[in-house]
Design a protein around this ligand. Structure first.
Ligand SMILES: C[S@@+](CC[C@H](N)C(=O)[O-])C[C@H]1O[C@@H](n2cnc3c(N)ncnc32)[C@H](O)[C@@H]1O
Length: 269
């Protein structure tokens, strides 16, 4: 059951809002470059949102397992208090909305390049009782916002679009944005240490083609082209090293499924 295109909203910060103090980034201040990433291509791929909705519907990237574990971690570490949440590459925020349902006075800000996804995010978050601030903008703008101002950062399947150094810069910037006691949920693709990026992305695309039979052949072709051009999964040791070098304690592995990982990060001492 794909959701289909749900219409477009205006480019620029949704509802004309900008995050307080967030500002914009000049080229020199951008935390990390997107190796091989053509922003317009990524936007176009995700604006065809029906494919990704079908992936979510079929739980093909294991969101329910990761977000169930995240829910327990949120309850354990952040309790029931109101949270300021920053969602980087929020997409349709389907699982973020579920994670935050029932929390009092959640202040949620999401960044995504796809206006189609943001329209769906607004619907899902509003239904969860949240009045979101959504930016049709690069997630690096969210990372460049004011320090010590966020309780929970969500980053689900977006960081792998950055090359290695860019992931480090992004993790450092995320660490800077967190309030003391804050946490980050990082869900992403990973590769085996002894595999090159090319081997992993080809294996991933082949697995998708074999297992995601709910998608038409054209979608498989698009996915293979997308992972070849835009996906840069790290091996676990590299991700742990980057986290250590950027001020995080050793990340807690919430769950893993094939190439998919859910990590829970807390600031280091
Ligand atoms: C695989 S989807 C994940 C969406 C959502 N976080 C989830 O887990 O369901 C990746 C999302 O990241 C967005 N994205 C990719 N690169 C981005 C960037 N540089 N800035 C903002 N959003 C980006 C895409 O538009 C897409 O919505």
């Amino acid at each position: 059951m794909g959701a289909g295109r749900i219409g477009d909203c205006n480019a620029g910060p949704a509802r004309g809002q900008s995050e307080p103090g967030g500002g914009t980034l000049d080229a020199g201040a951008q935390p990390g470059s997107f190796a091989g990433m053509n922003e317009a291509e990524v936007r176009e791929f995700f604006d065809g949102w029906a494919t990704y909705e079908a992936i979510l519907d079929h739980e093909a990237m294991h969101h329910p397992a990761f977000f169930a574990a995240a829910g327990a971690a949120v309850a354990r570490d952040l309790g029931a208090r109101p949270l300021t949440v920053l969602d980087l590459g929020c997409g349709s925020a389907r699982h973020a909305a579920r994670l935050l349902t029932g929390r009092p006075a959640t202040a949620y800000t999401g960044y995504d390049l796809s206006t189609t996804a943001l329209a769906a995010a607004r619907e899902a978050l509003t239904a969860a009782g949240i009045d979101p601030v959504l930016h049709a903008a690069d997630l690096r703008q969210g990372l460049a916002g004011p320090p010590d101002s966020v309780d929970l950062i969500l980053c689900s399947y977006a960081l792998h679009h950055l090359e290695t150094a860019g992931k480090g810069v992004a993790l450092a910037a995320a660490r800077r944005r967190l309030r003391p006691g804050g946490r980050m949920l990082l869900i992403d693709l990973a590769r085996e240490a002894d595999e090159t990026r090319e081997v992993t992305t080809e294996a991933y695309a082949s697995w998708v083609e074999r297992d995601w039979t709910f998608l038409p052949a054209a979608a498989h072709r698009e996915i293979r082209a997308h992972v070849r051009a835009h996906d840069f999964p790290e091996d676990d040791a590299t991700l742990l090293r980057l986290a250590r070098e950027t001020g995080w304690a050793k990340p807690e592995l919430l769950a893993r499924e094939r190439w998919h990982r859910g990590w829970w990060l807390r600031p280091g001492d």
